[in-house]
Design a protein around this ligand. Structure first.
Ligand code: FES
Length: 355
């Protein structure tokens, strides 16, 4: 080893365990050892280069992130290890950059920052015997005065009430979402049900949908009334049914539609119908771009291609918008040909094994 003066302060080794006036007796820790980088300039420079190398690599990966953002296509069909190519590249570069900054900082602190040993003086945490006795006396006095020990009926009923108080917390877990496989994943759409404008409540004819226009709609059943003129469904129930069954209608040139297999006849004269509920976490989608036939969810920018089965082309949503098969009834109104074949709303891993 060299003659070089170590950096940092010398540790305190002068504590006398036999000295009762010293508030911090030596607990028997081994003598402080200087690190190689404290005493050897070559090692120090090497560690310095390592840390700088990690920070430099982190900077390069951050630049690579920017390049990947523009260079790697958004195409969701190109996947790697189950991720889309762009997500994989962005995650790898940004994650690697952050990791290297963290590792560099750790290396810097462990090898190069000053290696001080610090003694922090503390008072004993234990209360004095006198305080402990006083507290215990007060506690016992409180127990006696409340009759906690003398009245087992009250004591036991209190324990019972406190124990059962945990049940509401468990029951409230039910509100976290519907149970997998539960029927409530279905909507009220059935074959022959008319599709109504969600503002006017009137059933819609195909001729009323113009190209490029997005129409918000819902099942006509919500506007049915009984013999007293009261809505068949009302209150909270009506709102829930409406929210689950909400759809969007739009018309586009039929030649622009790339119908997935088995859905070739799901549109009427270029009119398509999809669930309005985003498959990410359930926001209502609304921003339609006529030229591309893309619809955007305003919450986290998931984008769906309505001309191509509602498939996801960007954003965190994991599966396509469910499509509703359209038909026309005898009076020329748009109708559903059944319920959605896929579940509407956010994805749940228990019921969606596939994106
Ligand atoms: S809810 Fe639509 S993108 Fe998140």
């Amino acid at each position: 080893m060299s003659e070089i003066e170590p950096r940092g302060e010398e540790p305190r080794n002068d504590i006398d365990p036999a000295d009762p006036s010293d508030p911090m007796p030596n607990p028997g820790l081994p003598e402080h050892q200087w690190r190689p980088t404290d005493v050897d300039p070559a090692q120090e420079r090497r560690a310095e280069r390592q840390v700088a190398g990690m920070f430099g690599l982190a900077a390069l990966l951050a630049l690579a992130f920017c390049v990947c953002y523009f260079a790697v296509p958004l195409d969701t069909t190109t996947t790697f290890l189950g991720f889309t190519a762009q997500n994989f590249a962005l995650g790898l570069t940004l994650g690697g950059s952050l990791l290297l900054i963290g590792l560099g900082a750790i290396q810097w602190a462990k090898k190069l920052m000053a290696d001080h040993e610090v003694i922090e003086m503390r008072h004993p945490a234990r209360s004095s015997d006198e305080d402990r006795e006083t507290t215990l006396g007060m506690f016992n006095e409180g127990v006696n005065e409340s009759g906690f020990g003398r009245r087992p009926l009250i004591r036991n009923s209190l324990f019972g009430a406190l124990g059962i108080l945990g049940l509401p917390a468990i029951v409230l877990l039910r509100d976290l979402g519907p149970l997998p496989g539960d029927k409530q994943f279905n909507t009220v759409w059935t074959k022959g049900m008319r599709i109504a404008n969600d503002v006017s409540g009137k059933p819609i004819r195909p001729s009323e949908i113009e190209e490029g226009q997005l129409t918000n709609a819902e099942p006509e059943i919500l506007f049915e009334v009984d013999e007293d003129g009261e809505p068949v469904i009302h209150g909270t129930e009506a709102l829930q049914v409406k929210a689950k069954a909400a759809v969007i209608l739009m018309r586009m040139p039929p030649q622009d539609i790339t119908a997935p297999e088995g859905r070739e006849n799901w549109s009427i004269d270029g009119i398509l119908c999809y669930s309005k509920i985003c498959t990410h976490v359930g926001c209502p989608i609304s921003l339609y771009e006529q030229q591309t036939h893309h619809v955007l969810c305003p919450c986290h920018q998931s984008t769906f291609d309505l001309a191509d089965g509602g498939k996801v082309i960007f954003g965190p949503a994991h599966r396509a918008l469910p499509q509703l098969q359209l038909g026309v009834d005898d009076e020329g109104y748009l109708i559903a040909m059944g319920d959605f074949e896929d579940v509407v709303g956010p994805s749940f891993p228990e019921i969606h094994q596939e994106p």
